[in-house]
Design a protein around this ligand. Structure first.
Ligand code: GAR
Length: 234
């Protein structure tokens, strides 16, 4: 219990499979992340990530967006649930809802999102299809601070993967997830250690503003979905 009290508190928002949530759970369990996940909220009752949380003994809550006529009311309910836990950090890990300005303002500077593209390329949906259509030779993911601009907040860390000949969207998506599982816990780790801040609209790591694409994460291992440990070099 005392251990838990010393740790940072994270709330994770999901909509689907929750593999990034799993990467965060693993990083907490191995001690790579000095945090505990206090609550997982899904806007979809069927999200598979809910079972991952339950298996790890983490409290879950479903706030089904379909129960709300107005987006603002859903966001208010979501904000209320999160605020009850006074989290150090809120991570959108595959959370497929656009959040209102009021919500973003309430949690500004402690709200991270992972987006499956090399931002600023391809904000929004269908990122891998768009990369294929454009004939790109690489795809990737970016963790960024959330602002009111859709997928437009300052980038923290970005990782690229190759697009191979004959790749389908699913091939790219699974290759990208492998690197997401590294950069999501990494960004959370930096934040919790106080190394990462949002200051005057810019992401800063160790007091230095990050470049437009964030820290460029390079990894030699892009074949395993399970290697979610934070690399010791960063
Ligand atoms: C991830 O690829 C994440 O980047 C993407 O959803 C997937 C969730 O996977 N997020 C978005 O598209 C947000 N706009 P997961 O549920 O297995 O973590």
């Amino acid at each position: 219990m005392i251990e838990t009290l010393k740790k940072a508190k994270i709330v994770v928002l999901i909509s689907g499979s929750g593999s990034n949530l799993q990467a965060l759970i693993n990083a907490c369990e191995t001690g790579h992340l000095n945090a505990h996940i206090a609550l997982v909220i899904s806007n979809r009752p069927q999200a598979r990530g809910l079972a991952r949380a339950e298996r790890a003994g983490i409290k879950t809550q479903v706030i089904d967006h379909q129960d709300f006529i107005k987006r603002a009311d859903f966001d208010k309910e979501l904000a209320r649930s999160i605020a009850d836990y006074s989290p150090t950090l809120v991570v959108l890990a595959g959370f497929m809802r656009i959040l209102s300005a009021d919500f973003v303002d309430q949690f500004a500077s402690r709200l991270l999102n992972v987006h499956p593209s090399l931002l600023p390329k391809y904000p929004g949906l269908n990122t891998h299809q768009r990369a294929l259509d454009a004939g790109d030779n690489e795809a990737g993911a970016t963790v960024h601070f959330v602002t009111t601009e859709l997928d437009g907040g300052p980038a923290i860390v970005q990782a690229a993967v190759p697009i191979e000949t004959h790749d389908r969207v699913e091939d790219i998506a699974s290759r990208v997830l492998v690197v997401e599982h590294k950069i999501v816990p990494l960004a959370a780790h930096w934040f919790i250690e106080g190394r990462l801040n949002l200051r005057a609209g810019a992401a800063e790591l160790d007091g230095t503003p990050l470049p437009i694409q964030g820290y460029v994460f390079r990894s030699s291992k892009t074949t395993s979905h399970h290697n979610s440990q934070i690399p010791s070099s960063v």
